[in-house]
Write a new protein. Structure first.
Length: 642
């Protein structure tokens, strides 16, 4: 592969998991070493010097200072035994020569830049004490710490909500333009590419198959794989379709890749000539594609974007899950508040939440990181104890179950967790991880039957069966997420808590998984609580949507009603911040950032929890918490101004 990045330019790398995006970036950082991998040929010229010719001592001086990398999975790249302050100040002391006092002040400033409040307390914490979104923001702060010349951001906003995502990327864009920082963004999010990227490189099977100006790549795609990506992603600016268009088949096995065009086995436009490897050729000025039929494909993007007609709505059944006035409070040790304090602080992670989910229905739960979405899911799964309220499943209160009853419930309620690396046992192979519940609960009569079922499940989620022999650290982030989905499906449950189930997946596989979840729901009558940041995905898969902010639900309504006619100011802010994978539309939209500081969970606003950031807030909003009101048609809103 070959590409360039200029000073002050934003270049995107887009492609399926395992196509080589992250590996190429690790190569730039010289972080590939035997036996993991090696660079066999080529050059990496940075600021006039070939990095491959530098001794390791000089590379250590460049890493973190001149070139920084924001890694894809913060839980694996943050040191679990060091505090956030130690990890954030280390490069400041090592590269910029700051003393501890200066580094501490800079660390507080960096956390504020990425939207983390209570900076003093957060600096004393450890990675496991932060949410996934918080950890991701710490990684971004570390990447920005030394004002580098080149930033490589590997899925920098996967775990972030759209409002913080917009703030951070606007910040990174501003730094890139103002300080002439070159920025490489590795992402699955085509909306972010449309909004921020100057140029785009599309990768497939270890090769760049299309590259050029972002506008040309989106509007005049010249490679079939790019066309497939564009039509696979759900869009907020287009009507919802019944089934997402997908790219059939699987990515090539790089242990034995096809000799000719690597996309040919999945390509609807393939011809006999595709048995030969195509070159990357210029199809128009500064626009290249690796395909024998580039000129025939010009102008097909809009036609390919038309997907199947919407399926008829299926009425939801009686409520399978009822949540009433659910609350979860966490006591914070006094040392985390103040060394001299004798009091315990209380974090009200979930505060008076109520909703129903009908049998065979899907409730989408959206909101900013730290608002309590994951905690709601963990309470339903009986992984946390309830402080107050009730959780009724099939008519029984499951919040007070004893251990044997909880184990029986595990067959019915499963989870797809947000962070696949921390939820998969690193000492077990993929096959052992998926087979374990099958054997424990007697769903497979023998180990041979379990292996056969594991192979079926891996194929079902778009993975090769041979991956059952690998361990989690040997898989890409997207592959690990698919293993988590396969493990949840193995139990054949009634109800699944999907906590960011598709956030780590590329758009083509994301479409396959969303269609799979839809198909399984129709065929098996599954019920989902779908927690996500991607509003377009939530709109596609959910029948009702609940919006959370700082532990409370501020709006809940049927999908179409909420997206077409949002009532709460926070819901409108979320929709305004959501990027659309169309550079023409996206760059014509004015940037509408949600201003104001994120309130501390230790000291939330006394009235409406959104009042400190709401453009409509009045004295009443700052004094009295709003009551949830029914506006009709099951549209509930907690706002004084509605």
């Amino acid at each position: 592969m070959s590409y360039t990045v200029r000073r002050g330019e934003i270049v995107a790398l887009v492609g399926e998991s395992g196509c080589g995006k992250s590996v190429s970036s690790l190569a730039i950082m010289r972080l590939l070493a035997e036996p993991v991998g090696r660079i066999t040929s080529g050059s990496i010229v940075f600021d006039g010097r070939d990095l491959l010719c530098l001794p390791e001592a000089q590379m250590r001086g460049i890493r973190g200072r001149d070139i920084s990398m924001i890694f894809q999975e913060p839980m694996t790249s943050l040191n679990p035994v060091l505090s956030i302050e130690t990890q954030l100040t280390e490069p400041l002391v090592a590269h910029l020569g700051m003393n501890q006092s200066q580094a501490h002040k800079r660390a507080i400033e960096l956390l504020g830049m990425v939207g983390i409040t209570d900076a003093e307390r957060r600096l004393r914490q450890y990675p496991h004490q932060l949410s996934g979104g918080m950890r991701q923001r710490v990684m971004i702060a570390m990447g920005l710490a030394c004002n580098p010349k080149l930033i490589i951001a590997d899925e920098p906003t996967t775990a972030l909500d759209v409002t913080i995502q917009a703030q951070i990327l606007e910040l990174m864009k501003d730094l890139s333009r103002r300080l002439h920082i070159a920025l490489v963004i590795i992402t699955h999010n085509l909306g972010l590419v449309a909004r921020y990227a100057d140029r785009v490189n599309i990768m497939y099977g270890g090769k760049i198959v299309e590259q050029g100006d972002a506008l040309n790549v989106f509007t005049r795609s010249r490679h079939p794989y790019t066309l497939g990506l564009m039509r696979s992603v759900p869009r907020l600016n287009l009507p919802r379709v019944g089934k997402l268009a997908t790219i059939e088949g699987l990515p090539p096995n790089l242990l034995n890749p096809p000799w000719g065009c690597r996309f040919a086995p999945r390509c609807e436009f393939r011809i006999d000539l595709c048995g030969k490897p195509p070159d990357l050729v210029e199809v128009e000025r500064a626009h290249h594609a690796r395909c024998f039929r580039t000129h025939e494909l010009a102008g097909l993007t809009s036609k390919a974007a038309v997907a199947a007609p919407a399926a008829a709505a299926v009425p939801a059944g009686a409520p399978l899950l009822k949540v009433r006035d659910l609350s979860k409070h966490f006591a914070i040790r006094q040392t985390e508040v103040s060394v001299l304090s004798r009091k315990q602080a209380v974090v009200r992670a979930v505060n008076g939440v109520s909703f129903d989910i009908g049998r065979g229905d899907t409730l989408g739960l959206v909101g900013e990181s730290g608002c309590g979405k994951t905690t709601v899911g963990r309470l339903i799964l009986n992984l946390e104890s309830v402080t107050a309220g009730k959780i009724e499943y099939a008519g029984a209160d499951i919040s007070l179950l004893d251990r044997p009853a909880v184990l029986a419930l595990r067959k019915k309620i499963q989870a797809i967790f947000q962070d696949p690396f921390s939820s998969l046992n690193p000492r077990m192979s993929v096959g052992q991880i998926i087979a374990e519940p099958l054997l424990v609960f007697g769903l497979a009569k023998s180990r041979k039957a379990a292996r056969q079922r594991v192979a079926e499940l891996l194929s079902q989620v778009g993975l090769y069966p041979y991956l059952s022999e690998r361990y989690p650290h040997q898989l890409s982030g997207g592959q690990r997420q698919r293993v988590g989905i396969a493990r949840a499906l193995a139990m054949e449950p009634e109800f699944i808590v999907c906590d960011e189930a598709v956030s780590a997946l590329d758009v083509s596989v994301q479409g396959q998984i969303i269609n799979l979840l839809d198909e399984l729901q129709s065929r098996l009558g599954l019920t989902y609580l779908f927690i996500a940041h991607d509003l377009a995905v939530v709109r596609h898969i959910s029948k009702r949507v609940a919006v959370m902010y700082l532990g409370r639900i501020v709006e809940i309504a049927d999908r179409d009603d909420l997206y077409q006619n949002p009532k709460h100011p926070y819901t409108r802010a979320l929709l305004d911040a959501a990027p659309i994978p169309d550079p023409v539309t996206e760059r014509a939209r004015p940037a509408k950032l949600l201003h104001g500081e994120l309130p501390s969970v230790l000291k939330p606003p006394s009235g409406c929890v959104f009042s400190s950031r709401c453009p409509m807030a009045s004295a009443e909003c700052r004094q009295e918490p709003p009551q949830v009101r029914d506006l009709g048609a099951h549209h509930l809103v907690a706002c004084h101004k509605v």
